[in-house]
Design a protein around this ligand. Sequence first.
Ligand code: FO1
Length: 314
Amino acid sequence: MKIAALAGGVGGAKLIHGLAKLLPPEELSVIVNTGDDFEYLGLNISPDLDTVCYTLADLANPVTGWGRKDESWTIYQEIAALDGPNWFHLGDKDLATHIFRTYKLNQGLTLSEITAEFCRCWGVNHPVFPMSDQSVRTVVHTAGGEALGFQEYFVHQACEPVVEHFEFVGIEDARPLPQAISAIKACDVVIISPSNPWVSIDPILKIPGYVEAIREKPVIAVSPLIGGKALKGPAAKMYEELGVKPSAAAVAKHYQDILTGFVIDNQDRQELEKIERWRIIALVTNILMKNNQDRFRLAEEVLRFCETILNRSR
Ligand code: FO1
């Protein structure tokens, strides 16, 4: 069974890791949000792409989920000692990625070419695609009237400002990555991983061309919320601030136009009826991924659910 999976950062990467253990490279392609990308100290940082690739390469920091395992922080500390900015943590190993990515971008290579090259070096065999080779930047507009770059909001201000709306700067001119569209066209099922719908998945879906391609396929999403709380990050807080009660059903509604199936946690069983009323087929299981075993178990269940949905539509 061929899968095209959409992913953001840490939560999404965990499920992708599980799927990659079960599916060969020709049956799993990953399309990653780059709305979180930014420039810091003159370097091009692509946090979600790196999180997905490090996770697939077994290089990721197991505590944070982002950055590298067995990391050292010499350069970060030396920059801080020079009164440089230190709100964004860049470890020495991780810095090599950003320095070399920036160097290659300046040489004229595209982000997708560089990502493919890095994946080869890290032994990542599954295709990992940035959503676009054009720049899209998520801006968080706050109730206080500020327009904050995503990492400024997320890391520097620790998601504290109240969100009013999101803007994806450059989205009208961005084109979906052709290889990503081909992967969607060739797949049996599209999986939306348990990433933040507002700032990890919406930037992908809002690039003209993705929804049109995705609509042709069964789409299955895994909820990033359990019991109204985010597994990680500000998704639940964002729903509240945008006037929507955070719940698995709210996520299903978010994706309602494209969703065939939805995976929710046992804790959210009471939302099943509501979700099924929207003609979305639901799977209720344990979606918490605390360790690698959980990732593989959930991935297995999600793939079985995909088979069931495919069989129903045959
Ligand atoms: N997240 C943090 O909360 N604090 C950091 O200092 C930080 C540094 C960082 C460096 C490289 C990288 O690839 C990711 C990093 N992240 C950090 C995570 C990142 O901000 C978020 O995971 C995503 O942008 C949200 O998906």
